[in-house]
Design a protein around this ligand. Structure first.
Ligand SMILES: [Zn+2]
Length: 424
């Protein structure tokens, strides 16, 4: 009974259903999801009451989502907080604490901590994790980099792991060195991306251009930490969109954080978002760390929220994902590698309407990290039967009470208790 052939009366989110899907009382009607071997064979409205086959489950309205993508994590830093002494508040204080922790890093230490993170991601229903890896030297690959490549291999078939070189912008100041960095990343394999840390403390348009051009030369996708601050005069995102256009970049570029948009005059922020919408840019918002690290001063209650303009980005058709970011390290003492937690935080901090029916796609649209995001509406039909069933939540309160789950991987239960669904 661990591999059902039919999930009857599943409640799917509106974004995952075709436009002509019937509604009742302002909500999509329930769905019958037929599974065959490891894939979803069909999704049909549950209006006609199909007989429940012997190996079918009756979900009785249980909320169901596809497996998650956690688009921005730091597996190399995870779980380092317990061994640190004092951490100064704010982003730059956390970076200092992290530098001091580097004496403890060995391949074994990184492997142990990152494996724990992947295990937690696996248990909560995530199928795709992207991790950034701190990269400090121009000519030396950091110790954690090959460990992530090893883990990507170890977790093949369970969690797809991508790794991004998190390189501070000044290392791209020299064009030849930028090319060498891109070459090293490319040599890691197709799951590796070129990344950088773009912040007013290290701003250089020349270095950013070299980063983007070197990625283009090596046919790499890009993932940047951009404008993770509330300084209204920063131009990282704006410059990224402009340079991508100038060089005709055809890969996919993820811009994470972009908190500064929330601090800029609206006309300026909206003009930047308009340019982002015309570029191959996906936005990733990290609400937990933004709340913790922005407007952070010891002994003073923060006044500003730090989250970027997520509604205005979505209104412009910009692909937008929420993700975990740091977990139990100096940047964020909380966290569990469960992207649903990120959405729960975002729902409050950004006052999101309909977290389940609308915004849950910001946890599930892995295609938004790819070069050619889907242009047709997303569907479960034909996809791997990687599904998460929220056995105690309802659509009004979700993601409250979402901790208890049944996770199906390729149609088989890998986590949780499915006995309530079994025929009696
Ligand atoms: Zn980050």
């Amino acid at each position: 009974m661990n591999a059902p052939s039919l999930l009857r009366n599943a409640r799917l989110p509106r974004w995952l259903l075709p436009a002509d899907w019937p509604e009742r009382d302002g909500a999509p009607v329930l769905a019958h999801i037929a599974l065959e071997i490891s894939r979803v064979q069909s999704v049909r409205p549950a209006s006609t009451d199909a007989a429940l086959p012997a190996n079918g489950w009756d979900l009785a309205g249980t909320l169901v989502l596809p497996g998650f993508v956690d688009a921005h994590t730091h597996l190399d830093k995870a779980f380092t907080l317990p061994r640190m002494k004092e951490v100064q508040p704010g982003l730059l204080g956390a970076i200092d604490a992290m530098l001091n922790d580097r004496v403890h890093w060995s391949a074994g230490d990184v492997h142990e901590r990152a494996s724990r993170g992947l295990q937690w991601a696996w248990e909560c229903g995530t199928t795709h994790v992207r991790t950034h890896v701190d990269w400090w030297e121009p000519d030396t690959v950091p110790l954690a980099w090959p460990v992530m490549a090893e883990l990507a291999e170890e977790w093949t078939g369970r969690v797809r792991l991508e790794q991004v070189s998190l390189i501070k912008l000044p290392l791209f100041e020299d064009a030849a060195q930028a090319m060498r960095l891109a070459k090293q990343v490319k040599a890691t394999g197709p799951h590796a991306l070129l990344g950088g840390f773009v912040h007013s403390t290290n701003w250089s348009e020349n270095a950013l251009r070299n980063l983007l051009v070197s990625a283009q030369a090596y046919d790499l996708d890009i993932d940047l930490h951009v404008d993770e601050e509330l300084n209204p005069s920063v131009v990282g995102l704006q410059a990224t969109a402009r340079i991508l256009r100038e060089i005709g970049f055809e890969g996919r570029v993820v811009c994470g954080h972009i908190c500064a948009l929330a601090a800029q005059p609206e006309a300026q922020a909206f003009a930047t978002l308009d340019a982002v919408a015309r570029a191959p840019i996906t936005v990733v918002s990290l609400p937990a760390t933004n709340l913790l690290l922005q407007d952070a001063v010891t002994g003073r209650t923060p006044r500003l929220r730090g989250i970027t303009l997520v509604k205005e980005a979505r209104d412009r058709g910009i692909p937008l994902l929420f993700a975990s970011d740091n977990v139990q390290d100096p940047f964020c003492r909380l966290g569990s590698f469960d992207p649903v937690e990120a959405l729960g935080t975002a729902a409050l901090v950004a006052q999101l309407d309909e977290p389940f029916d609308n915004w849950s796609q910001a946890l599930c649209r892995g295609d938004w990290l790819q070069r050619a995001p889907a242009t047709t509406p997303p569907t479960l039909v034909g996809a791997k039967a990687d599904l998460v069933l929220f056995t105690q939540a309802d659509r009004h309160g979700w993601p409250s009470r979402s901790a208890t789950r049944v996770v199906l991987r390729e149609g088989r239960v890998t986590h949780g208790d499915a006995t309530p669904f079994l025929p009696r």
